[in-house]
Design a protein around this ligand. Structure first.
Ligand code: PEP
Ligand code: MG
Length: 322
C-alpha cells in the first residue's frame, strides 16, 4: 500500500469505478499552504481562523485579517479557501473572562459572533475585501438553528450593500454551516435548503451526541465515532444534502480514518477535508473502492445496533478490498 501511495500522489482522486473524490486540507495557519499542493489537496476545506487571535484572547484587526485572507486566497486560486468564522469559546480560545461551569455547552462559536457584532463585522468585512478572486467561502461554526444562519446571511448582505454603495464592488462568498450539533441534524432538511454548502464536524458531533467531553481523558473510551447514533446521523446528513442539491463535505477527524472512508463514500460523500499528510493514503484507498459495494456496506452498517458490530464489519470489508 505504501508503494502505491507514493506512486499515486499526483494521480486524480477517484474510486475504482471512476467516481471523482475531492480531498482538501484542514489548516490552522497560512504557512501550511505551500505544502498542501504537494500532497494533491484541492484547496482548503477548513481554515480554523480563530488561530489568528492575538495571545489567544484578542481578535485581530480588520486590516490584518484582510491582508492575511487575501494572501491565502491568492496563493490557493483557483482552488477554494473555506474560512470558518472564529470558533472561539468552549474548549478553544478564552475570549471572555467569565468562568463558565460548562464551557462546551456555553458561549461558543456562532453565539459569540452574534452577541459581539464588532468581532463578526470586522471578520465579514475583511473576508469581503480579501475576496478579489472569488474563491473564498464562509463556514459558520456551532450552528444549532436556522435563525443563526439567517442572522449571518443578513449581516453579510448588509456589508455587501454598504461596500457597493461606496463604490467597492465585491464578490459575495458562498455561506456554509458546520453540522456538528445534533439539533442541526434534526433540521438538516431546512438547513440544506438555505445554505450553499455544509461541512460535517464529526469531532463535536460525537461530543454532543454522546455527551462525552472531547478533551476529558476519563471518558475517552466512550468517544466513539462509530456509535450507531453517529453512523445514522452521518447517513441522514449526507443523503439529505445530496437530495437538496447542497454541497456537502466532512472536516472532522473521522475523514482521515481509513475504516470510515468506504462507509462515507457509500452514503454519497465525495468531498473530504483532512490533515494534509493523510491525503495520499486516502487517495490510494479510494482507488480500491467501488461505489455500489460501498453503498451496500453503508446499508449494512445502518442496520447494526452497536459500534462493535459496525467496526467489525468495516474491518472485514477493508480486508476484502485493500
Ligand atoms: C469538528 O468539530 O469536527 C471540527 C472539524 O471542528 P473543530 O475540531 O475545530 O471543533
Ligand atoms: Mg467543531
Amino acid at each position: 500500500l505504501e508503494a502505491q501511495t507514493c506512486r499515486l500522489a499526483d494521480a486524480p482522486a477517484q474510486t475504482k469505478c471512476g467516481q471523482p473524490l475531492h480531498f482538501c486540507s484542514n489548516i490552522d495557519f497560512k504557512e501550511e499552504i505551500p505544502s498542501i499542493r504537494s500532497v494533491g489537496a484541492r484547496g482548503v476545506g477548513l481554515f480554523r481562523s480563530e488561530n489568528l487571535f492575538i495571545d489567544n484572547t484578542k481578535p485581530p484587526q480588520e486590516e490584518d485579517q484582510t491582508a492575511y485572507y487575501k494572501e491565502m486566497a491568492e496563493e490557493l486560486f483557483p482552488d477554494p479557501l473555506v474560512i470558518r468564522l472564529f470558533d472561539i469559546g468552549g474548549d478553544k480560545l478564552i475570549y471572555s473572562t467569565i468562568r463558565e461551569p460548562n464551557p462546551n455547552l456555553g458561549w461558543r462559536g456562532i453565539r459569540i459572533l452574534i452577541d459581539v457584532p464588532e468581532i463578526l463585522d470586522s471578520q465579514l468585512l475583511a473576508i469581503l475585501k480579501a475576496n478579489d478572486k472569488g474563491n473564498i467561502q464562509i463556514l459558520l461554526p456551532m450552528i444549532s438553528s436556522i435563525e443563526e444562519i439567517m442572522q449571518i446571511q443578513s449581516s453579510l448582505k448588509r456589508h455587501v450593500d454598504n461596500l457597493n454603495t461606496i463604490g467597492l464592488s465585491c464578490c459575495e462568498p458562498d455561506i456554509g454551516a458546520m453540522i456538528e450539533i445534533p439539533a442541526a441534524v434534526l433540521i438538516i432538511d431546512e438547513i440544506t435548503r438555505m445554505v450553499d454548502f455544509i461541512s460535517i464536524g464529526t469531532n463535536d458531533l460525537t461530543q454532543y451526541t454522546l455527551a462525552v467531553d472531547r478533551n476529558n481523558e476519563i471518558v475517552q473510551d466512550l468517544f466513539d465515532k462509530f456509535h450507531p447514533a453517529i453512523i445514522r446521523q452521518l447517513h441522514t446528513i449526507i443523503t439529505t444534502a445530496n437530495k437538496n442539491g447542497c454541497r456537502v463535505s466532512l472536516c472532522g477527524d473521522m475523514g482521515s480514518d481509513p475504516l470510515a472512508l468506504p462507509f462515507l463514500v457509500g452514503c454519497g460523500l465525495r468531498v473530504f477535508s483532512v490533515v494534509s499528510a493523510d491525503i495520499p493514503l486516502l487517495k490510494t484507498l479510494g482507488r480500491h473502492l467501488d461505489v455500489k459495494e460501498s453503498e451496500a456496506l453503508a446499508r449494512e452498517c445502518l442496520s447494526f445496533d452497536s459500534s462493535e458490530k459496525i467496526k467489525a464489519h468495516l474491518k472485514e470489508f477493508q480486508m476484502r478490498h485493500v
